[in-house]
Design a protein around this ligand. Structure first.
Ligand code: EPZ
Length: 431
Protein backbone atom coordinates (compact mmCIF):
# COMPACT_ATOMS: atom_id res chain seq x y z
CA UNK A 1 0.00 0.00 0.00
CA UNK A 2 1.48 3.33 -1.03
CA UNK A 3 1.69 6.10 1.54
CA UNK A 4 3.41 9.43 1.89
CA UNK A 5 6.23 9.61 4.43
CA UNK A 6 7.04 13.16 5.46
CA UNK A 7 9.85 14.36 7.71
CA UNK A 8 8.50 17.73 8.79
CA UNK A 9 10.17 21.01 9.58
CA UNK A 10 11.69 22.11 6.27
CA UNK A 11 10.86 25.57 4.99
CA UNK A 12 9.67 25.71 1.39
CA UNK A 13 11.75 27.60 -1.16
CA UNK A 14 11.69 27.87 -4.94
CA UNK A 15 9.19 27.79 -7.74
CA UNK A 16 6.21 25.55 -8.45
CA UNK A 17 4.14 25.42 -11.62
CA UNK A 18 0.40 24.89 -11.28
CA UNK A 19 -1.37 22.37 -13.52
CA UNK A 20 -4.71 22.68 -15.29
CA UNK A 21 -7.84 22.97 -13.15
CA UNK A 22 -9.28 19.62 -12.10
CA UNK A 23 -12.82 20.88 -11.67
CA UNK A 24 -12.78 22.44 -15.15
CA UNK A 25 -11.20 19.37 -16.75
CA UNK A 26 -13.77 16.98 -15.31
CA UNK A 27 -16.54 18.91 -17.08
CA UNK A 28 -14.64 19.72 -20.27
CA UNK A 29 -13.76 16.06 -20.98
CA UNK A 30 -17.46 15.02 -20.94
CA UNK A 31 -18.21 18.15 -23.02
CA UNK A 32 -15.87 16.80 -25.69
CA UNK A 33 -18.45 14.06 -26.21
CA UNK A 34 -20.72 16.72 -27.73
CA UNK A 35 -18.19 17.90 -30.31
CA UNK A 36 -18.71 16.84 -33.92
CA UNK A 37 -15.04 16.97 -34.86
CA UNK A 38 -11.62 16.65 -33.26
CA UNK A 39 -11.26 18.49 -30.03
CA UNK A 40 -7.80 19.22 -28.70
CA UNK A 41 -7.55 19.98 -24.97
CA UNK A 42 -4.35 21.50 -23.61
CA UNK A 43 -3.16 22.08 -20.03
CA UNK A 44 -4.96 18.92 -18.97
CA UNK A 45 -4.00 17.97 -15.40
CA UNK A 46 -2.39 14.53 -15.11
CA UNK A 47 -4.49 13.19 -12.27
CA UNK A 48 -6.46 10.01 -11.80
CA UNK A 49 -9.87 11.71 -12.26
CA UNK A 50 -8.99 12.87 -15.78
CA UNK A 51 -7.48 9.49 -16.67
CA UNK A 52 -10.70 7.80 -15.50
CA UNK A 53 -12.88 10.14 -17.55
CA UNK A 54 -10.79 9.63 -20.68
CA UNK A 55 -11.21 5.85 -20.24
CA UNK A 56 -14.96 6.34 -19.91
CA UNK A 57 -15.06 8.34 -23.15
CA UNK A 58 -13.14 5.55 -24.87
CA UNK A 59 -15.67 3.02 -23.55
CA UNK A 60 -18.35 5.14 -25.24
CA UNK A 61 -16.53 4.82 -28.57
CA UNK A 62 -14.63 8.14 -28.63
CA UNK A 63 -11.08 8.19 -29.99
CA UNK A 64 -8.66 9.45 -27.32
CA UNK A 65 -5.08 10.27 -28.30
CA UNK A 66 -2.52 11.70 -25.88
CA UNK A 67 -0.36 14.15 -27.85
CA UNK A 68 1.83 14.80 -24.82
CA UNK A 69 1.15 14.30 -21.09
CA UNK A 70 -0.94 17.47 -20.83
CA UNK A 71 -2.55 17.53 -24.29
CA UNK A 72 -5.23 15.18 -25.54
CA UNK A 73 -7.17 14.92 -28.77
CA UNK A 74 -10.69 13.54 -28.49
CA UNK A 75 -12.71 12.45 -31.50
CA UNK A 76 -16.30 11.72 -30.47
CA UNK A 77 -17.78 11.54 -33.96
CA UNK A 78 -18.45 7.82 -33.64
CA UNK A 79 -19.36 7.76 -29.96
CA UNK A 80 -22.62 6.20 -28.72
CA UNK A 81 -24.37 6.37 -25.36
CA UNK A 82 -24.04 2.61 -24.87
CA UNK A 83 -21.23 0.46 -23.51
CA UNK A 84 -19.99 2.86 -20.84
CA UNK A 85 -17.54 1.61 -18.25
CA UNK A 86 -19.84 1.87 -15.23
CA UNK A 87 -17.23 0.58 -12.76
CA UNK A 88 -15.02 3.54 -13.60
CA UNK A 89 -17.96 5.95 -13.49
CA UNK A 90 -18.77 4.94 -9.94
CA UNK A 91 -15.36 6.16 -8.77
CA UNK A 92 -15.76 9.80 -9.63
CA UNK A 93 -18.09 12.57 -8.62
CA UNK A 94 -17.95 14.27 -11.98
CA UNK A 95 -19.66 11.36 -13.74
CA UNK A 96 -22.81 13.48 -13.42
CA UNK A 97 -21.51 15.75 -16.18
CA UNK A 98 -21.94 12.81 -18.53
CA UNK A 99 -25.71 13.09 -18.01
CA UNK A 100 -25.82 16.63 -19.43
CA UNK A 101 -23.32 15.84 -22.18
CA UNK A 102 -24.99 12.57 -23.27
CA UNK A 103 -28.50 14.06 -23.17
CA UNK A 104 -27.27 16.97 -25.25
CA UNK A 105 -25.54 14.78 -27.80
CA UNK A 106 -27.71 11.60 -27.92
CA UNK A 107 -31.01 12.60 -26.28
CA UNK A 108 -30.42 9.66 -23.91
CA UNK A 109 -28.05 9.17 -20.97
CA UNK A 110 -27.15 6.40 -18.59
CA UNK A 111 -24.59 6.89 -15.83
CA UNK A 112 -23.99 5.54 -12.36
CA UNK A 113 -24.73 7.58 -9.27
CA UNK A 114 -21.72 9.83 -8.65
CA UNK A 115 -18.94 8.64 -6.34
CA UNK A 116 -15.96 10.74 -5.27
CA UNK A 117 -15.30 12.50 -1.98
CA UNK A 118 -17.71 11.80 0.84
CA UNK A 119 -18.51 14.75 3.07
CA UNK A 120 -22.13 14.27 3.96
CA UNK A 121 -25.18 14.02 1.78
CA UNK A 122 -24.51 15.14 -1.76
CA UNK A 123 -27.91 15.59 -3.40
CA UNK A 124 -28.41 15.99 -7.15
CA UNK A 125 -31.96 17.36 -7.06
CA UNK A 126 -30.94 20.60 -8.80
CA UNK A 127 -29.37 18.64 -11.66
CA UNK A 128 -32.58 16.63 -12.02
CA UNK A 129 -34.73 19.76 -11.83
CA UNK A 130 -32.67 21.31 -14.64
CA UNK A 131 -32.88 18.25 -16.90
CA UNK A 132 -36.64 17.98 -16.27
CA UNK A 133 -37.11 21.64 -17.21
CA UNK A 134 -35.24 21.01 -20.46
CA UNK A 135 -37.70 18.23 -21.32
CA UNK A 136 -35.96 15.10 -20.04
CA UNK A 137 -37.24 12.34 -17.80
CA UNK A 138 -34.72 11.35 -15.16
CA UNK A 139 -34.87 8.10 -13.18
CA UNK A 140 -32.49 7.85 -10.26
CA UNK A 141 -31.80 4.36 -8.91
CA UNK A 142 -28.33 2.85 -8.73
CA UNK A 143 -28.03 4.47 -12.13
CA UNK A 144 -29.18 7.77 -13.54
CA UNK A 145 -31.28 7.14 -16.64
CA UNK A 146 -32.37 10.20 -18.57
CA UNK A 147 -34.20 10.66 -21.85
CA UNK A 148 -35.25 13.70 -23.85
CA UNK A 149 -39.03 13.35 -24.25
CA UNK A 150 -39.04 15.00 -27.68
CA UNK A 151 -35.79 13.42 -28.86
CA UNK A 152 -33.98 16.74 -28.43
CA UNK A 153 -33.93 18.93 -25.32
CA UNK A 154 -35.77 22.24 -25.39
CA UNK A 155 -34.55 25.48 -23.82
CA UNK A 156 -36.19 26.62 -20.57
CA UNK A 157 -35.85 29.12 -17.73
CA UNK A 158 -34.42 27.49 -14.62
CA UNK A 159 -34.08 29.06 -11.20
CA UNK A 160 -31.67 27.06 -9.03
CA UNK A 161 -32.87 26.73 -5.43
CA UNK A 162 -29.28 26.34 -4.32
CA UNK A 163 -26.08 27.78 -5.81
CA UNK A 164 -24.61 24.60 -7.25
CA UNK A 165 -21.44 24.38 -9.33
CA UNK A 166 -22.32 20.93 -10.66
CA UNK A 167 -25.94 21.74 -11.53
CA UNK A 168 -24.93 24.98 -13.27
CA UNK A 169 -22.33 23.19 -15.40
CA UNK A 170 -24.58 20.22 -16.12
CA UNK A 171 -27.43 22.44 -17.29
CA UNK A 172 -25.02 24.44 -19.47
CA UNK A 173 -23.90 21.15 -21.07
CA UNK A 174 -27.46 19.94 -21.59
CA UNK A 175 -28.69 23.26 -22.99
CA UNK A 176 -25.83 23.78 -25.44
CA UNK A 177 -27.32 21.56 -28.17
CA UNK A 178 -30.96 22.06 -27.10
CA UNK A 179 -33.56 23.77 -29.23
CA UNK A 180 -34.00 27.41 -28.21
CA UNK A 181 -32.84 29.51 -25.30
CA UNK A 182 -32.10 28.47 -21.73
CA UNK A 183 -31.68 30.88 -18.85
CA UNK A 184 -30.15 29.73 -15.56
CA UNK A 185 -30.84 32.06 -12.63
CA UNK A 186 -28.98 31.86 -9.30
CA UNK A 187 -26.14 30.15 -11.17
CA UNK A 188 -22.79 29.41 -9.52
CA UNK A 189 -19.95 31.71 -10.64
CA UNK A 190 -16.77 29.65 -10.12
CA UNK A 191 -13.87 30.13 -12.56
CA UNK A 192 -14.36 26.59 -13.88
CA UNK A 193 -17.89 27.53 -14.98
CA UNK A 194 -16.45 30.34 -17.10
CA UNK A 195 -13.86 27.89 -18.42
CA UNK A 196 -16.49 25.36 -19.47
CA UNK A 197 -18.46 28.12 -21.22
CA UNK A 198 -15.30 29.35 -22.98
CA UNK A 199 -14.49 25.81 -24.09
CA UNK A 200 -17.99 25.30 -25.49
CA UNK A 201 -18.03 28.73 -27.17
CA UNK A 202 -14.68 28.03 -28.81
CA UNK A 203 -16.33 24.97 -30.41
CA UNK A 204 -19.33 26.96 -31.68
CA UNK A 205 -21.70 27.13 -28.69
CA UNK A 206 -23.49 30.31 -27.60
CA UNK A 207 -23.17 30.52 -23.79
CA UNK A 208 -23.31 34.03 -22.28
CA UNK A 209 -23.01 35.40 -18.78
CA UNK A 210 -20.93 32.58 -17.27
CA UNK A 211 -19.25 34.01 -14.16
CA UNK A 212 -22.43 35.93 -13.23
CA UNK A 213 -25.52 34.53 -11.56
CA UNK A 214 -27.49 34.55 -14.82
CA UNK A 215 -26.27 32.32 -17.64
CA UNK A 216 -28.00 32.39 -21.02
CA UNK A 217 -27.51 29.60 -23.50
CA UNK A 218 -28.79 29.81 -27.07
CA UNK A 219 -28.89 26.23 -28.30
CA UNK A 220 -26.92 25.45 -31.46
CA UNK A 221 -27.26 22.50 -33.87
CA UNK A 222 -23.69 21.28 -33.66
CA UNK A 223 -20.28 21.94 -32.13
CA UNK A 224 -17.20 21.87 -34.33
CA UNK A 225 -13.69 20.76 -33.45
CA UNK A 226 -11.06 23.11 -32.08
CA UNK A 227 -8.27 23.63 -29.56
CA UNK A 228 -8.72 24.83 -26.01
CA UNK A 229 -6.37 25.28 -23.01
CA UNK A 230 -7.81 24.67 -19.54
CA UNK A 231 -7.29 27.38 -16.89
CA UNK A 232 -4.81 26.85 -14.04
CA UNK A 233 -6.11 25.16 -10.89
CA UNK A 234 -7.15 27.73 -8.29
CA UNK A 235 -7.20 25.17 -5.48
CA UNK A 236 -3.88 23.54 -6.32
CA UNK A 237 -2.33 27.05 -6.26
CA UNK A 238 -4.09 27.83 -2.97
CA UNK A 239 -2.78 24.59 -1.48
CA UNK A 240 0.85 25.59 -2.18
CA UNK A 241 0.11 29.06 -0.79
CA UNK A 242 -1.24 27.55 2.45
CA UNK A 243 1.70 25.13 2.63
CA UNK A 244 4.21 27.97 2.30
CA UNK A 245 2.32 29.99 4.90
CA UNK A 246 2.34 27.14 7.43
CA UNK A 247 5.92 25.93 6.83
CA UNK A 248 7.53 29.32 6.29
CA UNK A 249 9.71 30.12 3.28
CA UNK A 250 9.38 31.84 -0.07
CA UNK A 251 7.70 30.24 -3.07
CA UNK A 252 6.89 31.61 -6.51
CA UNK A 253 3.71 29.93 -7.72
CA UNK A 254 3.54 30.14 -11.51
CA UNK A 255 0.89 29.49 -14.17
CA UNK A 256 -1.90 31.01 -12.08
CA UNK A 257 -4.62 33.61 -12.60
CA UNK A 258 -4.01 35.85 -9.53
CA UNK A 259 -7.58 37.20 -9.66
CA UNK A 260 -8.90 33.68 -8.91
CA UNK A 261 -6.72 33.64 -5.78
CA UNK A 262 -7.84 37.02 -4.41
CA UNK A 263 -9.75 35.76 -1.38
CA UNK A 264 -7.01 33.27 -0.46
CA UNK A 265 -4.33 35.95 -0.83
CA UNK A 266 -6.39 38.38 1.28
CA UNK A 267 -6.87 35.83 4.07
CA UNK A 268 -3.19 34.91 4.12
CA UNK A 269 -2.19 38.59 4.28
CA UNK A 270 -4.52 38.98 7.26
CA UNK A 271 -2.54 36.13 8.86
CA UNK A 272 0.76 37.96 8.35
CA UNK A 273 1.89 36.35 5.09
CA UNK A 274 3.27 38.43 2.22
CA UNK A 275 1.61 37.72 -1.13
CA UNK A 276 2.87 39.59 -4.18
CA UNK A 277 0.91 39.33 -7.41
CA UNK A 278 2.42 39.25 -10.89
CA UNK A 279 0.57 38.81 -14.20
CA UNK A 280 0.68 34.98 -14.12
CA UNK A 281 2.24 34.16 -10.77
CA UNK A 282 2.12 34.93 -7.06
CA UNK A 283 5.06 35.09 -4.67
CA UNK A 284 4.30 33.91 -1.15
CA UNK A 285 6.65 34.72 1.72
CA UNK A 286 6.06 33.59 5.28
CA UNK A 287 8.03 33.57 8.52
CA UNK A 288 6.05 30.49 9.57
CA UNK A 289 4.52 32.39 12.51
CA UNK A 290 0.94 33.18 11.58
CA UNK A 291 -1.79 35.31 13.13
CA UNK A 292 -5.27 33.99 13.86
CA UNK A 293 -8.14 34.70 11.44
CA UNK A 294 -11.74 33.76 10.87
CA UNK A 295 -12.64 31.93 7.67
CA UNK A 296 -16.10 31.49 6.20
CA UNK A 297 -16.47 29.41 3.06
CA UNK A 298 -18.98 30.49 0.43
CA UNK A 299 -19.63 30.00 -3.28
CA UNK A 300 -17.25 32.02 -5.52
CA UNK A 301 -16.14 34.78 -5.14
CA UNK A 302 -16.26 33.80 -1.46
CA UNK A 303 -13.55 31.77 0.23
CA UNK A 304 -13.53 28.32 -1.45
CA UNK A 305 -14.71 25.34 0.56
CA UNK A 306 -12.06 23.31 -1.27
CA UNK A 307 -9.42 25.36 0.61
CA UNK A 308 -11.04 25.03 4.04
CA UNK A 309 -9.03 22.00 5.28
CA UNK A 310 -5.69 23.38 4.05
CA UNK A 311 -6.40 26.73 5.69
CA UNK A 312 -7.53 24.84 8.80
CA UNK A 313 -4.00 23.49 9.14
CA UNK A 314 -2.46 26.95 8.79
CA UNK A 315 -4.84 28.20 11.52
CA UNK A 316 -3.99 25.18 13.68
CA UNK A 317 -0.43 26.53 13.99
CA UNK A 318 -1.37 30.24 14.13
CA UNK A 319 -1.21 32.39 17.27
CA UNK A 320 -4.62 32.69 18.94
CA UNK A 321 -8.13 31.38 18.40
CA UNK A 322 -9.72 31.21 14.96
CA UNK A 323 -13.23 30.37 13.87
CA UNK A 324 -13.99 28.48 10.65
CA UNK A 325 -17.54 28.44 9.30
CA UNK A 326 -18.22 25.97 6.50
CA UNK A 327 -20.87 27.56 4.31
CA UNK A 328 -21.16 24.93 1.57
CA UNK A 329 -20.98 21.34 2.88
CA UNK A 330 -22.59 19.74 5.94
CA UNK A 331 -19.69 17.54 6.93
CA UNK A 332 -16.31 18.82 5.84
CA UNK A 333 -14.42 18.47 9.11
CA UNK A 334 -13.51 14.78 8.93
CA UNK A 335 -9.84 15.73 8.68
CA UNK A 336 -10.01 17.25 12.16
CA UNK A 337 -9.90 13.84 13.89
CA UNK A 338 -6.71 13.09 11.99
CA UNK A 339 -5.22 16.49 12.79
CA UNK A 340 -5.93 15.95 16.48
CA UNK A 341 -3.55 12.97 16.36
CA UNK A 342 -0.89 15.52 15.44
CA UNK A 343 -1.70 17.79 18.38
CA UNK A 344 -4.10 20.23 16.72
CA UNK A 345 -6.84 21.68 18.91
CA UNK A 346 -10.22 21.92 17.20
CA UNK A 347 -13.73 22.01 18.60
CA UNK A 348 -16.34 21.29 15.98
CA UNK A 349 -20.03 22.02 16.33
CA UNK A 350 -21.97 21.44 13.13
CA UNK A 351 -20.58 23.72 10.46
CA UNK A 352 -18.42 25.75 12.87
CA UNK A 353 -14.93 24.85 14.05
CA UNK A 354 -13.06 26.76 16.76
CA UNK A 355 -9.31 26.37 16.39
CA UNK A 356 -6.90 27.05 19.26
CA UNK A 357 -3.56 27.57 17.58
CA UNK A 358 -0.65 25.50 18.93
CA UNK A 359 3.06 26.27 18.69
CA UNK A 360 3.91 23.07 16.76
CA UNK A 361 2.17 19.95 15.47
CA UNK A 362 3.90 16.59 15.87
CA UNK A 363 4.19 13.71 13.41
CA UNK A 364 1.66 10.83 13.42
CA UNK A 365 0.12 8.26 11.11
CA UNK A 366 -3.00 9.76 9.56
CA UNK A 367 -5.55 8.85 6.88
CA UNK A 368 -6.57 11.04 3.98
CA UNK A 369 -10.35 10.82 4.15
CA UNK A 370 -10.94 12.86 1.00
CA UNK A 371 -8.99 14.87 -1.55
CA UNK A 372 -8.60 18.23 0.22
CA UNK A 373 -8.46 16.60 3.65
CA UNK A 374 -5.51 14.63 2.29
CA UNK A 375 -3.81 17.78 1.02
CA UNK A 376 -4.34 19.38 4.43
CA UNK A 377 -2.71 16.43 6.21
CA UNK A 378 0.28 16.67 3.88
CA UNK A 379 0.66 20.34 4.85
CA UNK A 380 0.35 19.36 8.51
CA UNK A 381 3.08 16.76 8.04
CA UNK A 382 5.33 19.29 6.29
CA UNK A 383 5.16 21.78 9.16
CA UNK A 384 5.10 19.25 12.04
CA UNK A 385 7.99 18.07 14.17
CA UNK A 386 8.99 14.49 13.39
CA UNK A 387 7.69 11.99 10.87
CA UNK A 388 4.15 11.83 9.49
CA UNK A 389 2.74 8.99 7.42
CA UNK A 390 -0.29 9.83 5.29
CA UNK A 391 -2.34 6.79 4.24
CA UNK A 392 -5.09 6.40 1.62
CA UNK A 393 -3.23 8.69 -0.75
CA UNK A 394 -5.30 7.59 -3.75
CA UNK A 395 -7.76 10.33 -2.72
CA UNK A 396 -5.01 12.91 -3.05
CA UNK A 397 -3.82 11.59 -6.40
CA UNK A 398 -7.34 12.08 -7.79
CA UNK A 399 -6.74 15.82 -7.82
CA UNK A 400 -3.09 16.84 -7.39
CA UNK A 401 -0.64 16.33 -10.22
CA UNK A 402 2.75 15.12 -8.94
CA UNK A 403 2.26 16.54 -5.44
CA UNK A 404 5.31 14.71 -4.12
CA UNK A 405 7.64 15.80 -6.95
CA UNK A 406 6.51 19.41 -6.74
CA UNK A 407 6.97 19.54 -2.94
CA UNK A 408 10.37 17.84 -3.14
CA UNK A 409 11.48 20.52 -5.61
CA UNK A 410 10.56 23.10 -2.94
CA UNK A 411 12.81 21.38 -0.41
CA UNK A 412 10.22 19.28 1.41
CA UNK A 413 11.25 15.89 2.74
CA UNK A 414 8.36 13.82 1.38
CA UNK A 415 8.43 10.52 -0.45
CA UNK A 416 6.17 7.69 -1.46
CA UNK A 417 6.74 4.47 0.48
CA UNK A 418 5.16 1.16 -0.36
CA UNK A 419 4.43 -0.78 2.79
CA UNK A 420 2.06 -3.59 3.67
CA UNK A 421 -0.95 -2.68 5.76
CA UNK A 422 -0.67 -3.09 9.51
CA UNK A 423 -2.49 -6.46 9.59
CA UNK A 424 -0.29 -7.85 6.79
CA UNK A 425 2.80 -6.78 8.75
CA UNK A 426 1.57 -8.60 11.85
CA UNK A 427 0.93 -11.77 9.85
CA UNK A 428 4.36 -11.55 8.30
CA UNK A 429 5.94 -11.15 11.75
CA UNK A 430 3.94 -14.09 13.11
CA UNK A 431 5.17 -16.26 10.22
C1 EPZ B 1 -18.11 20.98 -6.89
O1 EPZ B 1 -18.91 19.95 -6.33
C2 EPZ B 1 -16.68 20.55 -6.75
N1 EPZ B 1 -16.49 19.30 -7.46
C3 EPZ B 1 -16.30 20.39 -5.28
O2 EPZ B 1 -14.91 20.18 -5.21
C4 EPZ B 1 -16.62 21.68 -4.52
O3 EPZ B 1 -16.43 21.47 -3.15
C5 EPZ B 1 -18.04 22.14 -4.79
O4 EPZ B 1 -18.30 22.21 -6.21
C6 EPZ B 1 -18.34 23.52 -4.20
O5 EPZ B 1 -17.44 24.46 -4.73
C7 EPZ B 1 -16.35 19.27 -8.77
O6 EPZ B 1 -16.33 20.30 -9.43
C8 EPZ B 1 -16.17 17.95 -9.42
P1 EPZ B 1 -22.19 21.91 -5.55
P2 EPZ B 1 -20.46 19.92 -6.60
O7 EPZ B 1 -23.24 21.31 -6.40
O8 EPZ B 1 -20.72 20.50 -7.94
C9 EPZ B 1 -25.85 21.36 -2.49
C10 EPZ B 1 -12.92 19.08 -4.70
O9 EPZ B 1 -12.37 18.89 -3.59
N2 EPZ B 1 -26.54 20.75 -3.64
O10 EPZ B 1 -21.76 23.30 -5.84
O11 EPZ B 1 -20.93 18.56 -6.32
C11 EPZ B 1 -24.70 20.49 -1.97
O12 EPZ B 1 -25.18 19.52 -1.06
C12 EPZ B 1 -14.41 18.89 -4.84
O13 EPZ B 1 -12.31 19.41 -5.71
C13 EPZ B 1 -27.89 20.49 -3.53
O14 EPZ B 1 -28.52 20.71 -2.49
O15 EPZ B 1 -20.95 20.93 -5.48
C14 EPZ B 1 -23.78 21.52 -1.35
O16 EPZ B 1 -24.23 21.81 -0.05
C15 EPZ B 1 -15.02 18.31 -3.63
N3 EPZ B 1 -28.51 19.93 -4.62
C16 EPZ B 1 -23.98 22.77 -2.22
O17 EPZ B 1 -25.21 22.56 -2.92
C17 EPZ B 1 -27.87 19.66 -5.79
O18 EPZ B 1 -28.49 19.18 -6.73
C18 EPZ B 1 -22.89 23.01 -3.26
O19 EPZ B 1 -22.69 21.83 -4.04
C19 EPZ B 1 -26.50 19.96 -5.88
C20 EPZ B 1 -25.86 20.50 -4.78
Amino acid sequence: MEKYRIAGGNRLHGEVEISGAKNAAVAIIPAALMVDGICRIENLPQISDTVTLLHILESLGAGVKMINPSTVEIDSRHATWKGADYDRMRKIRASYYLVGAMLSRFGVARTTMPGGCNFGVRPIDQHVKGMNALGATVDVTDYIDAKAIHGRLRGAEIYLDKVSVGATMNIILAATLAEGRTIIENAAREPHIVDLANFLNSMGADVRGAGTDTVKINGVDRLHGGTYAIIPDQIEAGTYMAATAACGGEVLITNVIPKHLDCISAKLREMGVTVEEYPESVLVRSSGRLRRANVKTLPYPGFPTDMQPQMGVALAVADGTSVITEGVWDNRYKYVNQLRKMGAQFQVDGRVAVVEGVERLHGATVEACDLRAGAALVIAGLCADGVTTVEDIEYIERGYQDLVGKLQALGADIRIVDEPEHSERLNANAG
